[in-house]
Ligand binder design. Structure first.
Ligand code: ATP
Length: 361
């Protein structure tokens, strides 16, 4: 079983009267790949900075391996950080960039004297890191001659070379193009597993979070909305915000008429959800890919296509149902202006407690 490594307990962060983190409770296991996911300004970086020791929470406690570390400065935590702007030293080659931290003398805890690592050990550890990040043979290259992805690998090697127990990564792939981002996502996961350390990753990109993480923490407005595996978060979103942020959902006002019967647009549909009050107002979340297009006459609902966008593997179409616009993903081409019917299976409805979240779409 995984062991808990970091715990944030009732952590609040306020700048003057502005509360940007509101009573966060979170624990992170040893060797876990955990991602903080949410829109800009929701408090991801602040959470990361509290873990790294760059910020002290206004209230609450931070624990590392069971020890309270609120007052432990960043350089005394077994935690390193990789930022989006990773600032390699342009005048040093790849080897010296990675070796940089190893060359700084450290105080021996027993003798209290400053000691330097032997040159051979520095060499071996840098070469080991070059191997981990797949840059064998690059040691003499100038960093300015490297591609963005290669520079990012050097930054990661530099952050890992002094063997932290935790690596914090704040949107580290934000500056890379889409193709390189995808490659680096696989690389990061591989490096994390090869090193057997904890990664805490910040992104606002849901696909990135779902594809790399063991655990995803969805945040909004300084609060944690849901914590779970990528599958849990996608398949069982706890509220309309999570459903929308994770998968561009259609969120419709509904009424739960009975267990397994939900009403939208004055029509009743079978669903799998239970446990609501009779006639309780609810949010009904329907994912664009869970809607089947059928002939108008055979549809449970009938609407008009108002917009079509080709997406490569499918079309995104916008359909107007009784004045409410839905996003639907389909492989069938439906021209603008066409009248269509739709069918939704019972498991295509996700019924949630009302959250008064109006949606991003
Ligand atoms: P982004 O994805 O845009 O980086 P984020 O989710 O990482 O956003 P934070 O950087 O944690 O969000 O910021 C959360 C809120 O706290 C924002 O409204 C930000 O303006 C505010 N904030 C952060 N640092 C400070 C500070 N030093 N002083 C005042 N407000 C701050």
């Amino acid at each position: 079983m995984s062991k808990e490594l970091i715990r944030l307990s009732n952590c609040t962060m306020a700048f003057d009267s502005d509360v940007v983190l509101d009573n966060i409770n979170l624990y992170i296991n040893d060797q876990e790949f955990l991602t903080l996911l949410g829109p800009s300004g929701c408090g991801k970086t602040t959470t990361l900075r509290i873990i790294g020791g760059f910020q002290t929470p206004t209230q609450g406690d931070v624990f590392f391996d069971g020890v309270r570390i609120n007052d432990v400065p960043p350089h005394k935590r077994a935690i390193n950080t990789v930022f989006q702007r990773y600032a390699l030293f342009p005048h040093l080659n790849v080897f010296e960039n990675i070796a940089f931290g190893l060359r700084i003398p450290k105080v021996d805890p027993e003798t209290k004297r400053k000691v330097k690592l032997p040159e051979q050990e520095i060499h071996d550890r840098v070469m080991e890191m070059l191997h981990v990040v797949n840059l064998n043979g690059f040691e003499k290259r100038s960093v300015s001659s490297l591609s963005g992805g290669q520079q990012q690998r050097v930054a990661i090697a530099r952050a890992l070379v002094n063997r932290p127990k935790v690596l914090l990564l704040d949107e580290p792939l934000g500056a890379l193009d889409l193709r390189l981002r995808k490659d680096m996502q696989n690389e990061l996961k591989r490096i994390q597993q090869a090193m057997g350390i904890t990664f805490i990753y910040v992104t606002h990109d849901q696909e990135e979070a779902l594809s790399m993480s063991d655990t995803v923490v969805v945040m909004d407005a300084g609060k944690i909305q849901q914590i779970g595996t990528p599958e849990d978060i996608y398949n069982e979103p706890k509220n309309a915000f999570v459903a929308d942020f994770i998968g561009e959902s259609n969120i419709i006002d509904g009424i739960m008429r009975a267990d397994g019967v939900v009403e939208i647009f004055n029509r009743r549909f079978q669903c799998l959800d239970k446990g609501f009050e009779k006639d309780e107002p609810v949010d009904v979340v329907i994912r664009p890919e869970d809607v089947d297009i059928v002939d108008e006459a055979a549809g449970q609902l009938k609407g008009t296509v108002t917009n079509v966008t080709f997406k490569g593997m499918h079309y995104d179409i916008i359909v107007d149902f009784y004045g409410f616009k839905w996003l639907i993903q389909t492989t069938d081409f439906c021209p603008e202006g066409s009248h269509i019917g739709i069918k939704i299976d019972p498991d295509g409805f996700h019924v949630m407690k009302k959250s008064h979240y109006s949606g991003m779409f």
